[in-house]
Structure formats: C-alpha cells, structure tokens
Write a protein that binds this ligand. Structure first.
Ligand SMILES: [Zn+2]
Length: 316
C-alpha cells in the first residue's frame, strides 16, 4: 500500500517575496495523517489557517494566491510543486507575510528544504484522484484538459512570439511516474518580459524581482548573462507552475494533463471543473497486493525512491 507522507522535522528559511519585495520567514512543520496541506499566516494578530483546495485560490493574475477576504498568501505554486513532486500529503506551512519567498525563481530550494527536514511515511493510505473521463476548460485558444492515463503525464505547449523562445523548445511531455521531476523540472526559473517588469514595478509589483530569481527577456534576447539553465526552460517552468497549481487539489492526480498556453487561471478553472464533474473521477489507493493497481503502485514507489536519491546527489 502506498502510504501518506509528512516531513520529519520543522525547517525554516528566509527570503523575499517576488512582488512585495518583503523579507519573509517560511516554516514547514510536520502534520498528522489525513491533516492535508495547511497554510498559516503567523503575522496576523489572530494567526489564520487555511487548507488547500481549488476554491481557496483568489487571484491568478501573476501567481496563484490563496486566501479569504481577510487575508492572502501569494505565490504558493513553486512550494506546492515541490510538495507534489516529493509526495508530501500532510504539512503545516507557516509564513509571516502575504507572499512566499521567491528563492531562485524555481522550486529547487524548496526541494532541498523539504529534503533537509526529512520525509516520513505515515500509516494511512495515500489517496489519489483517478481521472476516468476527459474534463476540459478553454479560454479563447487556450486549453487545459485532464484525460485518463496510467501515471501522471503532463503535456505542455507554450506559444510566445519571441526570437529567444524557439518553437522546438515550446513543447514538453513528461510522465512523472517515469521521468525525474528534480532533473527535468525543478531548476526551471520564472520568466518575464522587460516591458511587463517595468509596468509591474510602476504598479508596485515585482519589487523583489531581479536577475537572481527570474529570466528576463527584452524585445530580442535573454538579458541574464548566463542565459538559460537548459533548453526549454520556459515551458519547463510552466510545467513546474502547473504541477503546483494542480496540487491545490490536495491530492495527487493519476491521469494526463494537457495544456496549450494555459496558466494559473485556466489551471485553477480546470480544478474547479473537476470538483463539479464528480462522475468523471474517483478517489483510489495504490496497492502492490491489488491486481488492479499493482503496476502503478510499483512504478510510484520506484519513482519516489529515485526522487529521494536524486535529491541527495544534488545536495552533495
Ligand atoms: Zn512560476
């Protein structure tokens, strides 16, 4: 039986928010089984807690922000992406500000942080959302879709008419039961266009943004001196974001996610559509002793073990 996981110890990191530019402290704490992923704003006079679910996403203009009318936590998607990749089901995430730290603009720092806390298997079985029938949302020519698939496959296509974003680097398809999130995705950084950065700054946003935590493009080229970390870094970052956005469901998905020019808003609309269309999916567990799910259970454990080993290699 594939079991739920939490972290072994509390860990702390400090960084700046991409948009607010404020220094924030992020603390990850272990949580009991069936607790889920819960965020807590500790800077408020009455600390407020909120459990992740598709309906707590408030604002998707620049990042995925969660919260209520009273409080908000922005840019949760990179940490959520790392939690999804490492299979963390139960955790308490405390932050003393309105935005999570941006770190280097990717999710690798969060992977290190979670790994340094240690991962602990719990007793309760892990619950997966199995997609049984296609679920689709569109916005003009943008598409986001779930379909049945034995694994967790992401097929992502971006379309930015820009000389530095080549067509051959605009599409990626990865089955995360087979390929490594840490190697293929975790180091892909946030990106932005110079004209947008100027507009955002004028509106009091992107204050914490710099070439240390984002790839910035002017009209013709990439401004960062060292260029890209790997080919297709742009589309790979969109995959990193999508994994984080989809994990706001609170449970891992067994299925295929296909996106054409999708972003935080459409990813969240797809999750809300899934919640509506209850007949198109079911909650299942994976068990090596159950004929129906044995293969998937084996693939999942193998992937999980390899991910943990890769993270250790990277740390050395
Ligand atoms: Zn992002």
């Amino acid at each position: 039986m594939i079991k739920q996981q939490t972290i072994q110890n509390s860990v702390v990191t400090v960084g700046v928010g991409l948009h607010t530019g404020q220094k924030v402290k992020l603390t990850l704490k272990p949580a009991p089984q069936n607790h889920g992923i819960v965020f807590c704003r500790t800077d408020l006079s009455t600390p407020m807690k909120i459990q992740v679910s598709p309906n707590i996403v408030q604002d998707t203009k620049l990042c995925s922000a969660i919260g209520t009318a009273e409080f908000k936590i922005a840019t949760v998607e990179h940490l959520m992406s790392a939690l999804s990749a490492l299979g963390i089901d139960n955790i308490l995430i405390e932050v003393n500000g309105a935005e999570l730290p941006i770190m280097d603009g990717s999710s690798i720092s969060f992977i290190y942080l979670i790994k340094s806390a240690g991962i602990e298997e719990q007793i309760a079985p892990k619950q997966f959302v199995f997609i049984k029938e296609a679920i689709v949302v569109t916005d003009g020519d943008k598409v986001a879709k779930f379909e049945p698939y034995p694994g967790f496959m992401i097929d992502f296509t971006i379309d930015f008419p820009h000389p530095a974003i080549k067509d051959e680097d605009s599409h990626v398809q990865i089955d995360f039961f087979k390929d490594s999130y840490i190697q293929e995705i975790s180091r892909a950084r946030t990106f932005g266009f110079m004209h947008e950065v100027e507009f955002l700054r004028a509106n009091g946003l992107a204050r914490g943004g710099s070439l240390d935590n984002a790839i910035v493009l002017d009209e013709r080229k990439i401004i960062n001196e060292d260029g890209l970390r790997f080919s297709g870094e742009f589309v790979r970052h969109k995959v990193l974001d999508a994994i984080g956005d989809l994990y706001l469901l609170g449970k891992p998905i067994i299925g295929k996610f296909t996106a054409y020019k999708s972003g935080h808003e459409l990813n969240n609309r797809l999750l809300r559509q899934l919640v509506e269309e209850k007949n198109k999916w079911e909650i299942k567990t994976l068990d090596t002793n159950d004929v129906a799910t044995a293969n998937l259970a084996e693939e999942y454990s193998k992937m999980n073990t390899e991910l943990n080993e890769t993270a250790e290699i990277l740390e050395e």
